[in-house]
Design a binder for this molecule. Structure first.
Ligand SMILES: Nc1ncnc2c1ncn2[C@@H]1O[C@H](COP(=O)(O)OP(=O)(O)OP(=O)(O)O)[C@@H](O)[C@H]1O
Ligand SMILES: [Mg+2]
Length: 420
């Protein structure tokens, strides 16, 4: 090989090496740029999510990463807590007493050939929410696989009809999801959906033989916002029973009419009205005895009598009185002394509650109550007397009307003397 050929070969080799190196360098630069870009996209996406994800998404995501607290054995919980619950609605079925007839009625509404709707009326703290929650629990998927109870709270803050439709749809989908472990997780919904989305859901679920029992608590709250929930809204709610397999169980203090009227598009679908009144004597007694017994505490007969004498048979009052006596006993005050304390501390504790009950009554109802407490002559056929019996304020014993619960009777007697 000549010198010229050697130089030219070396030149070619150098050119190839340079080209290969150049390509390698370019590839490396591209790879680095790609990595940088990828990183930037990931970063921007994260920033975008954090900036625009809804607060619910963020809190849910945060909660998803948190484990449940470690389980505490039931017995030790009872040792720490109190066996009575007086205030919040009852959520644990074993703490719910009585109301079996009403429960049967409601289950029949969902289970009959054709579904039917009911209205439940009850005074403040009578146990309306507790009952609806117990009904929800009682309609277990194992016994009633086709009925989906959907608890709806009309006290939930609602901004528009579309907002309420979205709330209803979300609750119905979640209730359906709970029934059936084999279905995919219900999708997240926007805060507002049109009525058609809701009605189509019930229509299609009905075609698949799902029945929905809509348990609407605190219904009177909806008519308070007549600027939002107008006649058209109530007609739409009523129409759902024709569109799908749907019925309503509503709860309120009074029958709910449209503002300034004595009618509502809803009323004519209600098959029957039931009252949540006092417990039967047997259930009232069980409510006194069993919770304490579960906590290893046994009231003597005179204690049980003292509680029922002071409280009457409305479960909220029983729970309050039983709790007070239970607390005295565990702080080692017992017997007559504890029962005396119960009488005075119960009156004091219940004052605001009793007063608020009176403010919810009509004048006719209040006057009738006062006649009963004073043992004046009363009109036995009066509408007010019947309503007071239904609510559990008054009962007839041995041909005489009396106020349920000595504490309420005493309070009313004193109040009627001072009130104008
Ligand atoms: N069936 C029941 N068994 C045992 N306790 C009950 C029962 N029903 C109601 N209670 C008692 O009454 C309290 C009030 O119940 P709940 O909140 O369900 O009444 P409500 O009628 O929904 O009241 P509100 O008028 O305030 O909505 C509960 O904390 C509980 O102490
Ligand atoms: Mg309630």
């Amino acid at each position: 090989m000549s010198a010229i050929e050697i130089v030219s070969l070396a030149g070619s080799i150098a050119a190839v090496i340079t080209a290969v190196f150049g390509l390698w360098y370019q590839a490396r630069t591209l790879k680095r740029k790609e990595k940088e870009l990828q990183h930037k996209i990931e970063y921007d996406w994260k920033e975008f999510q954090e900036k625009y994800a809804s607060p619910e998404d963020l809190t849910n995501k945060w909660l998803d990463g948190i484990d449940s607290p470690k389980e505490v054995h039931e017995d030790s919980l009872l040792e720490i807590g109190y066996p009575y619950l007086a205030g919040a609605p009852v959520r644990r079925p074993e703490l719910f007493y009585g109301r079996r007839d009403l429960l049967e009625e409601c289950i029949k509404c969902g289970n009959g050939e054709q579904m039917a709707s009911l209205s439940i009326l009850g005074a403040r703290r009578a146990g309306k929410t507790s009952f609806l929650r117990f009904l929800e629990y009682s309609l277990g998927a194992d016994r009633y696989p086709q009925i989906v109870p959907v608890y709806l709270d009309a006290q939930t803050p609602i901004k528009s009809c579309e907002n309420f439709y979205a709330y209803m749809l979300r609750e119905a989908m979640q209730a359906l999801e709970k029934r059936n472990i084999n279905i995919p997780r219900a999708p997240d919904l926007p805060k507002e959906v049109p009525y058609d989305t809701l009605s189509t859901f019930f229509k299609q679920a009905g075609e698949r033989h799902w029945r929905f029992l809509l348990l609407l608590d605190e219904m009177e709250n909806l008519v308070k916002f007549s600027n939002i929930f107008d006649e058209k809204f109530f007609s739409g709610m009523r129409a759902l029973i024709q569109i799908g397999q749907v019925s309503w169980i509503t709860s309120s203090f009074r029958t709910v009419y449209m503002p300034n009227t004595t009618s509502s598009p809803f009323l004519n679908i209600i098959q029957a009205t039931h009252y949540i009144g006092p417990l039967t004597e047997q259930d009232a007694r069980r409510l006194v005895v069993e919770p304490a017994a579960r906590a290893g505490h046994f009231f003597e007969e005179k204690d049980i009598e003292a509680i029922l004498h002071s409280a009457g048979r409305m479960p909220f009052l029983i729970q309050k009185a039983a709790l007070l006596l239970y607390k005295s006993h565990i702080s080692n005050v017992r017997g007559e002394e504890a029962r005396r304390q119960l009488a005075s501390s119960f009156t004091l504790e219940m004052q605001n509650y009793l007063q608020s009950q009176l403010t919810h009554l009509t004048k006719e109802e209040y006057d009738t109550l006062v006649q009963v407490v004073r043992q004046d002559e009363i009109d036995e056929d009066s509408h007010a007397l019947r309503i007071l019996q239904n609510y559990g304020f008054v009962e007839k014993v041995n041909e005489r009307y009396q106020i349920l619960g000595e504490t309420f009777a005493d309070y009313l007697y004193r109040y009627s003397k001072t009130a104008h």
